[in-house]
Design a protein around this ligand. Structure first.
Ligand SMILES: [Zn+2]
Length: 346
């Protein structure tokens, strides 16, 4: 974190050292579970800020006691983290979440519905009445504002927030309202490996663009149990007519690219998109090598047309987005150690 330029700026600005206040996060009180008043969150963030400064004079490694103090602070909130394969990405994402919670400046929500709930109800009504969905470009800003107001108005969201829209299409040709849309802003893209028809991970080397191309299509089938499949219950129902066959897949498009792109690659079976017993079983580690290029261009994932755009016209959203990224740092677990590689500034 200390070596990634725009992120480093946040740690260098003492005014960004946050406190927990009463914000729109009230809707997500589970975030502060086990931490009344947010004291443990604040202490952890202070430790992280001081470690970043300490790392300046520490060469390529911090003393054990320093990194351990960070892990202790993490364990105060999430006791399950030890030294396991999937922890490196997990702890990183957890720390981003803590920085987001503690840095949130959103206003307390007044009673009544949130923007996100209002937008969801509006879409539901349009679909039931067979009206066109709102233009995609209009929804981008509204959805982002709705996300910010519910406890995510922070420097971390500004730097890392990646907004994704998903669309699915009804399988009935003359459906009065065939398109359905959902939105998500996250701080990190979770990428999983290609699977065969039995949902087993295929052993192969992949590059990030290949994993992203797979991420672009989401299969609804396969997420439920076999019983559900036999009963024809897998997939998403059609909002216009419940008798229409369930939708099996959705397509994703990126509508906001972040200043810092964080990605996490599935390394333990069951980590992403499915639930499966004990994640810490060593046999379940995914050893597929990841091929990393220095540059990554997200253009194709921002410019590609969703089904509603193919029908109503291109939204043009991608023309406003910066899509080229250069690798800054990698965290990985190797031989029971976490290793971090960061690019030295030019
Ligand atoms: Zn339908």
């Amino acid at each position: 974190m200390a070596r990634v330029p725009c992120l480093r700026g946040m740690f260098d600005d003492p005014a960004s050292l946050p406190t927990i206040g009463f914000t729109g996060r009230a809707a997500n009180t589970w975030d502060l579970e086990r931490d009344d008043g947010g004291l443990k969150h604040s202490a952890l963030v202070s430790t992280l800020f001081s470690l970043v400064l300490e790392s300046d004079g520490a060469g390529d490694r911090l003393p054990w006691a320093s990194t351990n103090s960070l892990l202790e602070g993490v364990r105060q909130l999430r006791p399950q983290y030890g030294n396991r394969e999937n922890d490196a990405g997990d702890v990183f994402l957890f720390l981003l979440g803590v920085l987001n919670i503690t840095g949130d400046k959103s206003k307390p929500l007044v009673l009544g519905e949130t923007t996100l709930a209002r937008l969801a109800a509006d879409q539901e009504n349009r679909i039931k009445q067979g009206l066109l969905l709102k233009p995609l470009e209009e929804e981008v800003e509204e959805q982002l504002c709705g996300f910010l107001e519910t406890g995510n108005d922070s420097t971390i969201t500004d730097l890392f927030g990646i907004q994704v829209v998903r669309e699915s299409v009804c399988r009935v040709d003359d459906c009065i309202s065939p398109f359905s849309r959902s939105w998500e802003v996250s701080l990190c893209l979770l990428l999983s490996w290609p699977r065969d028809e039995n949902r087993k991970i295929i052993k192969q080397v992949c590059g990030v663009p290949e994993l992203l191309r797979q991420w672009q299509t989401e299969l609804f089938a396969g997420l439920g149990s076999n019983d559900d499949d036999a009963l024809g219950l897998q997939g998403r129902e059609c909002g216009a007519d419940l008798d229409h066959p369930r939708r099996r897949l959705a397509e994703r498009k990126i509508t906001r690219t972040p200043k810092v792109l964080a990605m996490r690659v599935e390394r333990a079976m069951g980590e992403i998109g499915e639930i499966k017993g004990d994640l810490l079983d060593r046999e379940d580690v995914i050893k597929n090598p990841l091929h990393l290029e220095e540059y990554l261009d997200l253009h194709q994932f921002c410019a590609f047309q969703l089904p509603s755009e193919q029908a109503y016209g291109d939204s043009g959203i991608h023309r406003k987005l910066l899509t080229m990224y250069r690798i800054a740092a990698v965290i990985q677990w190797q031989g029971r150690h976490y290793k971090t590689f960061a690019r030295v500034p030019d």
